[in-house]
Design a protein around this ligand. Structure first.
Ligand SMILES: [Zn+2]
Length: 317
């Protein structure tokens, strides 16, 4: 994995060419445009990366992951049997960040402590369900599948929260963003599936406004679906539901009020914002082990590609 210290601060880009971002490398490749292409002509054979003016992509996913021992690899491959396609081998991938951080917490048995310290609840029996894969069930989490069907989605194309943590008291959904924002709209605005009718019209109980306003006007399609499906599953399992938007410290500082205005929260269900920087601060308080140091170094030296030829740090520490 290439980090801040390995990469050029500035890369030369002209109309036709772009240079390899790794320090000391003089390889120049044709400039690619629009959708990222993994083609031989964009590849630096020495550094094993595909290059574009704004990012680069490793030859394999493993190179972008911190945790790759046998058990990690096994879990990662299991997840990939259910996870939607993603660009996890790209420098600016939020999925790679999610895996690197949450796999660390899970691997070290820190999920309950993380919840206590950052989300403020004492819980037990945490199961980490990344991209809908349940390690306990060795499949897509069945309760999520039931929710997908209840609200008119299909299982293979249904809503896929990045991070679910199921505990004995609370069901957590955490939607992770790095560069993208939380404003999304459906491909087909007319196809409302059963969002408004499923679960005995749960929609009308947990939202303050109608579908038009939330999805069409305010473009909260993704957040709407997770709030709806999460509330439904939690109620069925007799758990509280907490939904977190995980973002950078500088991004979407008003998301709690901006999405909060659409929903009916109670002491059994809430929506809140949490930042990657808060997780970094938490990890800093942990025992100083090899893995902890690796994690801290990753946060501090993580990059997210280039803007106008200038290297971008993921976080401003
Ligand atoms: Zn190179």
């Amino acid at each position: 994995m290439y980090r801040l210290r390995d990469l050029k601060d500035i890369i030369k880009i002209d109309i036709n060419y772009v240079e390899c971002p790794v320090k000391g490398c003089s390889k120049i490749v044709p400039r690619q445009r629009k959708t990222f292409k993994r083609e031989k002509k964009f590849f630096c054979p020495e550094h094993r990366i595909y290059i574009s003016p704004s990012t680069f992509e490793y030859e394999t996913e493993k190179e972008n992951l911190l945790w790759t021992d046998n058990k990690d690899e096994q879990r990662f491959n299991e997840i990939k049997t259910v996870k939607r396609e993603s660009r996890i081998s790209r420098d600016n991938s939020e999925d790679a960040l999610t895996w690197n951080v949450f796999r660390f917490l899970d691997k070290l048995g820190l999920l309950s402590d993380f919840i206590l310290q950052l989300l403020g609840k004492e819980t037990n029996d945490s199961e980490l369900i990344l991209w809908s894969y349940s390690p306990n069930e060795k499949n897509t989490w069945d309760d999520l599948n039931k929710a997908r069907l209840e609200f008119g989605e299909t299982i293979t194309r249904g809503s896929e929260p990045d991070i679910i943590i199921k505990t004995d008291k609370v069901l957590y959904f955490i939607e992770a963003k790095l560069n993208a924002g939380n404003k999304t709209k459906p491909r087909d605005i007319q196809n409302r599936k059963k969002y408004e009718t499923g679960g005995n019209e749960l929609f009308s109980k947990i939202f303050k406004f109608d579908y038009e306003k939330i999805v069409k006007e305010d473009r909260r399609y993704e957040l709407m679906r997770f709030w709806l499906l999460g509330c439904w599953i939690a109620e069925k399992l007799n758990l509280e539901f907490e939904f977190y938007s995980l973002v950078k410290k500088t991004r979407e500082t008003d998301i709690e009020t901006e999405f909060g205005k659409h929903i009916n929260q109670s002491d059994r269900r809430k929506f809140a914002r949490i930042t990657w920087e808060q997780i970094y601060d938490y990890i800093k308080t942990l025992e100083n082990t090899e893995k902890q140091k690796l994690m801290i170094d990753y946060f501090e030296n993580k990059t997210v590609g280039y803007t106008n030829g200038k290297l971008k740090k993921a976080f401003d520490f």
